[in-house]
Write a protein that binds this ligand. Structure first.
Ligand SMILES: [Zn+2]
Length: 277
């Protein structure tokens, strides 16, 4: 466990950022679900090793990674986080930042390709407010989870802006500081729009950087095959390096999901017109 944070800290001058999606709940054909016992084991191991979670302000305020500190993030804001993830974290004295798809708060995940047998529920505003009261943070994952790099300027601006407005109105200015780009897809144009919408921090995929600075930060996703005590993204050995390569490849594979979304959006009206007929 010794020195597990060093490798990722070297990738970015900031503390490493771990990115989970769904914890527990129904199995799926996709790769982003991590079992609840695996998650609990990983968090317990990190806590025992002296790990500490940063909040967004601490993270943004440090240009040098603080020893043993990492930012823990969840994308998509599934309701099961409140059942299986947050209580584990609260018991360990950890907190996390959850990136919400603001148009789908309290709704099911009809924005996604149907990887699971049943549609999955997202966190509701009352649940979000309850966990916020316990030190958990919430931020933007866009309004509708569309891949921003594929949209025109007006759609990017509207998506990022409306999501930020909703968060600021519901939760206050603190919740309007950060965005995790859907699918980690970000380029110079998206960074420009994020900046003019008013975001200070923007999180992408495994490879951050470029000239985006704080609006193009890297994260290490944790996928279902990552079931060791220490998530691969925090290991400094060969397995850790391999894990980051695989995570990068899997993130790129999410292009398939984006394509499916575009296709199903095109098909849906056809399907409805058939049903109507
Ligand atoms: Zn997402």
């Amino acid at each position: 466990m010794r020195g597990v944070y060093v490798a990722v800290a070297a990738l970015t001058t900031y503390s490493p950022v771990l990115c989970y999606h769904r914890i527990g709940g129904p199995l799926e054909l996709g790769v982003t679900r991590v079992g609840r016992s695996v998650f609990a084991r990983q968090m317990t191991a990190l806590a025992r090793a002296g790990g500490r979670t940063a909040n967004l302000s601490e993270f943004a305020g440090r240009t040098q990674a603080a020893r043993h500190t990492f930012l823990l993030t969840f994308d998509d804001g599934y309701a099961s986080l409140a059942d299986y993830a947050y209580p584990v974290l609260a018991d360990l004295g950890f907190t996390a930042t959850t990136f919400l798809i603001t148009d789908y708060v309290g709704q099911t995940n009809t924005w996604d390709v149907g990887y699971s047998w049943e549609r999955l529920q997202h966190l509701s505003w009352p649940e979000i407010e309850r966990w916020r009261g316990r030190g958990f943070e919430f931020a933007s994952h866009g309004a509708t989870h569309r891949r921003l790099t594929w949209l025109d300027d007006a759609a990017i601006a509207t998506g990022l802006g409306s999501s930020r407005d909703v968060l600021a109105a519901r939760l206050g200015a603190d919740a309007a500081r950060a965005v995790a780009y859907p699918f980690g897809a970000v380029d110079a144009r998206v960074v420009r729009h994020a900046r003019s919408a008013g975001y200070e921090l923007g999180f992408g995929g495994v490879k951050g950087g470029g000239t985006g600075g704080l609006l193009h930060l890297s994260r290490v996703p944790v996928y279902f095959w990552d079931f060791g005590d220490v998530p691969l993204g925090l290991r400094e050995d060969a397995l850790g390096a391999l894990g980051r390569v695989v995570a990068h490849a899997a993130n790129r594979c999410a292009v398939g999901t984006s394509l499916m979304q575009v296709i199903t959006r095109k098909i849906a009206p056809l399907r409805e017109s058939v049903v109507d007929a």
